[in-house]
Design a protein around this ligand. Sequence first.
Ligand code: GRF
Length: 220
Amino acid sequence: MSKLLRIGVLASGGGTNLQAIIDRCQDGSLAAEITVVIANNPGAGALERAGNAGIPTLCINHRDFSRREDFDSAVVEALQDAGVDLVVLAGFMRIITPTFIAAFPERVINIHPALLPAFPGLHVQQQALDYGARFSGCTVHFVDGGVDTGPIIIQAVVPVLPEDTAEALAARILEQEHRIYPRAIQLIAEGRVSVDGRRVIISPACPATPKALVNPATEG
Ligand code: GRF
């Protein structure tokens, strides 16, 4: 068996993306091994999910650090101790510093519940509804110095429906997050992902995607 990609997952919340990654590692469709899960808050459900799967966990509470850089240094050290090749932010609600990114150049990825570059930041499902967007979705991207600005690896699109609440739209998006995050990690594990400026190159390329999506439909 070829070497598994060693990943470290950072989370703050419930950890459903973490769970999707755990499940894909366990069923063999993702050639990766989660070597550590780190949460910045002790109540993160992600810690329990990792514990149930026998994955080492750490809680590094950002409230214990007066400077953002010191918190980041502690997290970087823990990731390095765990021999991590790729850092996966899965609902990690802290902005990471340049020091962190420098320790893992082009090796930190994030998932965001909107179609970037539209709606970066927080409360983005409500923002998509308020704007009247006909589609939203999710984006896996490399993390650079900005907020949700790094090169895009993969996106999934979902329609925004007339009766949608932010919660309903978030649930529809989350379902797709669980598909595309493991897929992005698998592409990286296969060594198929490189960055050329803003563009991410997948080589060999993936089969073609659907030609177009239209909402509302052109018939009826
Ligand atoms: C996801 O929507 C993710 O995109 C966002 O926070 C949510 C985390 O969900 N950044 P979970 O903790 O993976 O369930």
